[in-house]
Each structure stands twice: as C-alpha cells, then as structure tokens.
Ligand binder design. Structure first.
Ligand SMILES: Nc1ncnc2c1ncn2[C@@H]1O[C@H](COP(=O)(O)OP(=O)(O)OP(=O)(O)O)[C@@H](O)[C@H]1O
Ligand SMILES: O=P(O)(O)OC[C@H]1O[C@H](OP(=O)(O)OP(=O)(O)O)[C@H](O)[C@@H]1O
Ligand SMILES: [Mg+2]
Length: 299
C-alpha cells in the first residue's frame, strides 16, 4: 500500500535527467536506498517516496495528481501539456524551479544536400519528430504548410530511410546530427530540466516539506555559482582589490602574523574568478590567491 502522507516525487529512471535529479536530491539531504529495478524508492530520513519512471510519463503523473512533484525536461513537459490541452485532459501544474541540468534545444535539421533557404523551404515537406505538438505549433506560428511525422526513436535516421525530408529533434553538442549527415537550421524550443508540482491543495505538512526542499535547492544552486576566495593583499591596495572581486559582499580582513603591510582577505563571490582577474590581483601585489568551491549556503 502506498502511504499518502509521504511526498511523492517522480524522476526519470534512467537517461539524461537521472543523474542530475539524483545528485540534486542527494545534495539537499534526501537519503535513499535505491535497489536497481524498483519502481518506488523510499527515503530513509524524510517522508518522501521516489517514483522512478520513463520521462514521458512524468508530466501526466503530475497533471493527474498521482505524484506531488516531478523532475522533467521542459520540452517533454510542454509537449505533453499541448497534447493534453488538445485532448481536453487535465494539464495544470506549477513550475517550482528551473534546474541547471538537462539543457538542450529542440531543432529542425535537414540533410546536408537539402537546399535550405529558410523555414519556408519546409513547405510541403515531412518532418520526423517525437514532439509533434511543439513542431505543429512552430509551423502554425511561422505559417508553414509542412507535416509533422511522429517517430518515438531513431528520428535522425528518418531522412535516410526515406520516412521524412527533415527532422526535429533534441540537440546538445550537435554530434548526433553531424554523425547522421544533418545540419541544424531552426531552434524551435530551448529546454532545461524543471521541478514541477501538481495543482490543487497540498496538506500542510507536505507543503512545509516542499518549502524546505525548495530552500535547500536554492542553497545548493546558489552555492554552485559561488566561490570562496582567499588571498593576501597589500593594505594600501584594498580598494582596488575589492573592485576586482565579482559580486562579492564585504570581505573579511584578517591580520597576517608578522606583517603590518599585508592582510588576508576572505570573501564569498557570487561569480567564479577568471584567470584574467587572478592575474590582475597578482599585479596589484596579491599573493596566495585561492578559489574554493562552496558546498552549501543558507541565508
Ligand atoms: N543531448 C542532451 N543533452 C542534454 N539534455 C538532453 C539531451 N537529450 C535529451 N535531454 C533532456 O533529457 C530528457 C530525457 O532524455 P533521454 O534521452 O534520457 O530520454 P528518453 O530516451 O525519452 O528516456 P526514457 O527512457 O525515460 O523515456 C529530454 O527530454 C531532454 O529534456
Ligand atoms: O547533440 P547531441 O549532444 O549529440 O545530443 C543529442 C542526442 O541526445 C539525445 O539522445 P540520447 O543520447 O539521450 O539517446 P536516446 O535517443 O536513446 O534518448 C537526443 O535524442 C539526441 O539524439
Ligand atoms: Mg522518454
């Protein structure tokens, strides 16, 4: 029996979003004992159950209220939303946070030999895709009379197999397109992973837990972007040193044993410190310049 008082989170079982979602859950302190083939994993330290499913199923599980939260790519989410809207099915949800992983774009690509003169060259053509609703929306917006052909896999081989004239598929590095003799022409959607919540009332205890998880997620994301910088600086150049440190709050100044002219500067910077800046700091007379990662941040 499933326990309704526990927060249910859907994540992709295996694939491109799996590692990012699992790493984040770990970073925010959700302890799991996952045995490989299990659909449900119970957290051992919080009232949370993980449902490990195909990513295609996640938007529907959230929109039907079967799970409370889900990690999903915006591409899949938007496609399922358009599909459900068209079919008159429930398609409400709330986006809680955009993640830093799962970044990709949905693009139209054509074979190298295709004489492409802009999107209108697609008129009268067949375009293979796993995202027919997003593609049809693009055709409509651009006033192009083309046809989306639905394929669940091997989209990039469709032109060679004579199934379509072009494709519309996810691209990240572009290596898959290149390997298949295809050229990216139009980006129709930019995507990242998002954390979504089901619509409707949430019991108090669950909402409190969600809020706590969100605070922790923000802490992890903020920490990832931040660095702890330590250096020794000449007292007379402190203003110049501060001006060079990106997004830093007031630094902590600490005396250095045996030196009256130099101090240790410690600062949390919201941006990374580039080599160029480190070289400028050195030119100002700074030494022992250290840039350290921050694991967690609160407040
Ligand atoms: N090359 C990529 N780089 C980064 N993110 C990607 C890439 N390809 C896909 N994604 C993102 O990850 C999501 C899942 O991609 P994946 O290829 O693992 O899906 P899948 O094969 O449909 O898996 P499943 O078996 O769960 O249905 C995509 O919907 C997209 O949001
Ligand atoms: O631009 P690239 O970096 O080459 O990435 C794009 C490829 O990545 C995804 O597939 P994935 O490798 O996840 O395999 P799948 O098709 O089996 O889902 C996507 O469907 C593309 O085929
Ligand atoms: Mg899928």
């Amino acid at each position: 029996m499933t326990d309704n008082s526990r927060l249910r989170i859907a994540i992709q079982k295996s694939g491109r979003l799996c590692e990012g979602s699992m790493d984040l859950l770990k970073a925010i302190g959700v302890k799991l004992s996952i045995r490989d083939r299990l659909l449900i994993a119970h957290a051992t330290n919080l009232p949370i159950d993980l449902l490990r499913v195909r990513d295609d199923d996640i938007p529907g599980l959230v929109m039907d209220g079967v799970v409370d939260l889900g990690f999903i790519g915006e591409n899949e989410l938007e496609e399922k939303m358009l599909e459900r809207q068209a079919l008159g099915k429930q398609h409400q949800f709330q986006t809680l946070e955009r993640m830093e992983f799962g970044g990709c774009r949905l693009s139209i690509a054509v074979p190298n030999e295709f004489d492409y003169q802009g999107a209108q060259s697609l008129a009268g053509k067949k375009v293979a895709t796993t995202y027919p609703y997003l593609l049809e929306r693009y055709f409509k917006e651009q006033n192009i009379n083309a046809k989306a052909v639905m394929l669940n896999g091997s989209v990039e081989v469709a032109p060679r197999a004579g199934l379509a004239d072009a494709i519309c598929d996810l691209v990240s590095t572009g290596a898959t397109l290149e390997a298949n003799g295809l050229e990216e022409k139009e980006v129709i959607f930019r995507s990242k992973a998002v954390l979504i919540q089901r619509a409707g009332d949430m019991p108090d205890a669950k909402q409190k837990l969600i809020d706590k998880l969100l605070t922790r997620i923000n802490g992890v994301m903020q920490a990832k972007e931040s660095k702890y910088i330590m250096l020794h600086a000449p007292k007379g150049r402190l203003d110049d040193v501060k001006a060079l440190l990106p997004g830093a709050e007031n630094p902590t100044l600490l005396p250095l044993a045996g030196s009256d002219e130099r101090v240790a500067v410690h600062v949390v910077s919201t941006e990374t410190l580039f080599w160029e800046t480190m070289e400028k700091l050195k030119a100002l007379g700074c030494s022992s310049i250290l840039v350290l990662p921050i694991e967690k941040m609160l407040g």
